[in-house]
Design a protein around this ligand. Structure first.
Ligand code: PGA
Length: 257
């Protein structure tokens, strides 16, 4: 089964609209030349409108960093799925920063995932263990639970559009990336089998599983050369144009695209 790699830049809470436009100008030439990889930029909400105009007609996709599951109503500060869909094709769900700082749970992740799929958004769903869980050898148990509850009640027929991002929390923003081998073992021995239980082996084979956590141009190919790592969710390095372009490029060459 060949899966098209997908590399997404999670800009987190960085860049005003003017700065976001500037960054896209610096990225678009280099990214435009790279084929065989799905490329996605996830700026803050405020830049979605401007960037959707800049990226229209290009092969660079746009994603939001979150969404709410309700369709409308009294939810101050939130964005409904159809509002995200006005500008985006992708949406990040359940990032560990949202789980840690904003009280997201496997249950809210599940509601958001089902809402995203209903609106034909491609969800990038984050899972991963904390340092404490990693050190007590609980990675498999934690990630299995996040998938069993977070991905419950999804029609297997539409499951293959889901993208999973395995992001060990201890590797995010720390400069201490997982090794390619360690991440691949979680992808191949924990995540894909858990997806297979829910959606069947064939659908699970089609689901892309990204690695995220301190990915840089220097370590990217270590991840992309692994059998079950189908791209990356990139934080800090996605704000540096040359670095992000180099990461996307190495995902292309490693899969022989
Ligand atoms: P990082 O962040 O690349 O800065 O470690 C990754 C993420 O949070 O998605």
């Amino acid at each position: 089964m060949s899966r098209i790699p997908i590399v997404a830049g999670n800009w987190k809470m960085n860049k005003t609209v003017a700065e976001a436009r500037e960054l896209v100008k610096l990225l678009s030439g280099g990214l435009g030349k790279i084929s065989g990889v799905e490329k996605v930029l996830c700026p803050p909400y405020t830049s979605l409108s401007a960037l959707s105009e800049m990226l229209a007609g290009t092969e660079i996709g746009l994603g939001a960093q979150d969404l709410h599951w309700e369709e409308k109503g009294a939810f101050t500060g939130e964005l409904a799925p159809n509002m995200v869909k006005e500008f985006c094709s992708y949406v990040i769900i359940g990032h560990s920063e949202r789980r840690t700082y904003f009280g997201e749970t496997d249950e809210t992740v599940n509601k958001k995932l089902r809402a995203a799929l209903k609106y034909d958004l491609i969800p990038i769903v984050c899972v991963g263990e904390t340092l404490e869980e990693y050190e007590s050898n609980r990675t498999s148990e934690v990630v299995r639970r996040q998938i069993a509850f977070g991905f419950a009640d999804i029609d297997p027929a539409i499951s293959s559009s889901i993208v999973v991002a395995y992001e060990p929390v201890w590797a995010i923003g720390t400069g201490k990336a997982s090794s390619g081998e360690n991440a691949n073992a979680v992808h191949a021995q924990v995540i894909r089998p858990a997806l297979s239980e829910l959606f069947g082996a064939e659908n699970a084979q089609a689901i892309r599983i990204q690695y995220g956590g301190s990915v840089t141009a220097a370590n990217a190919s270590e991840f992309f050369s692994q059998s079950d790592i189908d791209g990356a969710l990139v934080g800090g390095a996605s704000l540096k144009p040359d670095e992000f372009i180099a990461i996307v490029k190495s995902s292309q060459s490693s899969k022989g695209a």
